[in-house]
Each structure stands twice: as structure tokens, then as C-alpha cells.
Design a protein around this ligand. Structure first.
Ligand code: UDP
Ligand code: MG
Length: 206
């Protein structure tokens, strides 16, 4: 299935039509739009729960304050798998697409200024319920309301310098990962402790 998806994805990114047989074998990838741009995504059901992925990015203030290591440690310690990592100076175009739902907000220009003020460390983390769990780990958008113990609750005081980004839904994560990473830069690997940390066999698990 993973190989099938990769071939499909490569053809779509190259703007080519995928063969019908390949399309039929995939579990209904759907399209999410943001502004003028349309992106193909896997549905949540096309991947096992333990393969759920999210985009986490240490923002320029977090990098400047040398918090990258501590943030990575929290996700490793929780039991998630790092499947992609890069440091980059993000462009306005990328950020404008990333934050497309916020374009009409008064703080949008300042947000772009902040996010382009220095390097960002972008990561893809994988694991059971990683999207929801990482939002909890990162904490409320406004650090004043973020619980102690969360990244924002421990390291920030102002909404405009809140250290870290975490995708807010499975579909949003797929859109963001596709924006920040090429499929070839994400690794599929099995951690040795997977059976004891995340492989849940009961049907009621969520
Ligand atoms: N932001 C801001 N002022 C606000 C609200 C948000 O500067 O009043 C910034 C902040 O950096 C936040 C980002 O915009 O993390 C994206 O906002 P969103 O509502 O998506 O919050 P998040 O998903 O990051 O918690
Ligand atoms: Mg958000």
C-alpha cells in the first residue's frame, strides 16, 4: 500500500495522470483546498493508526533560544517516531500557504515577519494519535492559557512568540507535511519498542 501511494503521489506531484488500476487500489485520497492550491491527501483510513503523522516545527524564537533539543526530547520520550527533520529558512510563500486560513487576520503580516525572522526546524513525527497528543503537549496557542508542562506553558509568555507549531488535525497535518517535505525525505521505519508503546490491537482504542 505504501509503495502504491508513493507511485501515485509522485505522478500527482509531477502533474501526471495516475493509472486507473493504481487509483482503484487506493483508499479514496481526497482533496483539500487552501486558496487557489489543491493538494492530494491520503485519508486517515489509508494508514494504520500507529502511522498517523503530524508536522511539528520549532519556530525562529525556539531555535534562537536553543530549545530544539528539549522539544525533540519531549516527543521521543513520549514514544513517537521521528520520520523527517530539516532546518530551513522558510519563505514567505511557504508560510503564506502554511497559514492560509489566517490570511485575513490582522496579525498575519506580523506572523509572517516572525516566522521568516530566522531558521525553523521542521519535523514529522509519527505514532498513535500523534496529532491530538502533540497539540496537548504543545499547549494552548496563547501561552497565558497554556498549562505548565506543555512546551508553550513552559517556554513562552506571548502568543506572538510561542516557540512551536503543531498541526491541528489529521487532514491539516497531511496538507502541511506535503508543503514542507517531499515524500522521499520521510522515512518509514519501525521502532523496536513499538509493540510496547503503540501497537494497540483492541478495536475500541482511539
Ligand atoms: N498568532 C498570533 N496572534 C494571535 C493568534 C495567533 O501571533 O492572536 C500566531 C501564533 O504564532 C500562532 C499562529 O499565529 O501559533 C497560528 O495561529 P493558530 O490559531 O493556528 O494557533 P496554533 O495552531 O499555532 O496554536
Ligand atoms: Mg494552527
Amino acid at each position: 500500500m505504501m509503495l502504491q501511494w508513493r507511485i501515485f503521489h509522485t505522478l500527482c506531484s509531477a502533474g501526471r495522470e495516475a493509472p486507473k488500476s493504481l487509483k482503484a487500489g487506493l483508499l479514496f485520497p481526497h482533496v483539500l483546498s487552501c486558496g487557489h492550491r489543491f493538494v492530494w491527501h491520503r485519508t486517515k483510513t489509508s494508514l494504520p493508526d500507529s502511522r498517523e503523522r503530524t508536522l511539528i516545527a520549532v519556530k525562529p524564537d525556539g531555535v534562537q533560544r536553543r530549545l530544539v533539543g528539549q522539544i525533540i526530547q519531549r516527543f521521543e520520550q513520549r514514544g513517537f517516531r521521528l520520520v523527517g527533520l530539516k532546518m530551513l529558512q522558510a519563505s514567505e510563500d511557504l508560510l503564506s500557504e502554511h497559514y492560509c486560513q489566517l490570511r485575513s487576520k490582522p496579525f498575519f503580516p506580523i506572523l509572517l515577519q516572525y516566522m521568516t525572522s530566522g531558521p525553523v526546524v521542521a519535523m514529522v513525527w509519527e505514532g498513535h494519535n500523534v496529532v491530538k497528543t502533540s497539540r496537548t503537549m504543545v499547549g494552548h496557542t496563547n501561552p497565558a492559557e497554556a498549562q505548565a508542562g506543555t512546551v508553550r506553558g513552559d517556554f513562552s509568555t506571548h502568543v506572538s512568540r510561542n516557540v512551536v507549531h503543531a498541526s491541528d488535525s489529521v487532514e491539516g497535518a497531511q496538507r502541511e507535511i506535503h508543503l514542507w517535505f517531499q515524500a522521499k525525505d520521510l522515512l518509514d521505519w519501525d521502532s523496536w519498542d513499538q509493540m510496547s508503546t503503540s501497537d494497540v490491537t483492541t478495536s475500541s482504542a482511539s
